[in-house]
Design a protein around this ligand. Sequence first.
Ligand code: BGC
Length: 403
Amino acid sequence: MKFPRSFLWGVSTSAYQIEGGITNDWSQWETSYKRVKELKDKGLDYRDFICDKACDSYDLYKEDIDLVKKLGCNTYRFGVEWARLEPIEGEFNEKEFDHYKEVLAYAKSKGLKVILTIWHWTNPLWLTVEGGWANKKVVRYFDRFTKKVVEELGSDVDYWCVINEPLIHVGNGYLKAKFPPSKKNPWQAYKTLNNLIHAYKRAYRTIHRKYSNAKVGFSKVATYFEPARKWCPTELLLSWLAHHFYNLFFLEKVEKEVDYIGVDYYFHNRVVWHPPFVKNKNKKTNDMGWEIYPEGIYKVVKKLAIFNKPIIIIENGLADADDSRRPDFIKDHVYYLHKALSEGVPVAGYCHWSLLDNFEWADGWGPKFGLFEVDRETFARKPRPSANIYTKICKNNELEIDP
Ligand code: BGC
């Protein structure tokens, strides 16, 4: 199964999850009394849930970029860390900008296309003190930060991923209390969502003012919702509503301001009429219990084709420590993407999540998402067998399937 010559094959990471040595709202939350107690009460060791040095990619970025190249990828999606670059409100850290300039220059010197994420859920502490994304001042703050990022780093960026999965920040941060600021406050959730929409639109215009041909978007976590019983009106309606709110709402709000659609696809949801409203068959799952459902990537991109914009899978991957499911996972998802492509869906790229075993947010260091294992003591990277499978696909720009 051949892919177009211009197809982007990449891997994805995020700043906080791999860099290490960052002080921000997450690092503060990880050691807060409430969080440590909550983990202790569950019989867990809070040290397994602290990001700390992460994968030390701040220092080892050259090694990481070499690994991306070795995989045969032509694209690397990574992020910058707001708290590093603007540790004090309105005061930028020029040395840290220089650091990212070096990272970008190194990626470009290796011939990689760069998808740069500006905001992947983490905030500088001064913003937290001011109420985080629930405070409408964030729209102005984020625009000022974006302007500076564009000014300093823009010339080496091929695709902008302005924000990562806004709905997850709203849901986990303000409704489920799973992520900082760890609240259950629908009013603040609503304000946060609104601010994310406005901040995104402003950033889009800011980037385009400097680079009129820039390709700007965000990453949209997209899930395939299907009614458990096709004939059940309630389940049909619930699936329809879930699809419209979860997959389409944000996109529709910013439709004029997206040059490509960034999709993060992980699993699907089989919708039932009674709580908890989702009942998957779970024939195959990953280490976190998430159902493996490759066909869903096809269904999702088919549905997003209505926007008539190039679609890039910015994230797709699984936690699989022994790498027993990753090889098929990659091949099956790529197979279904090709199917969508062959039916005319403008799929322009695929980035696997993730290059490395990294800090999996509230789940800490347990889940292993990497094509490369990372030794927690020495930070040595070691390829999993699936890295070879992905390399073959990327290098040949095709998926070989058994006849
Ligand atoms: C996020 C990543 C995360 C991955 C796996 C995505 O939603 O953008 O940061 O590690 O899912 O949970």
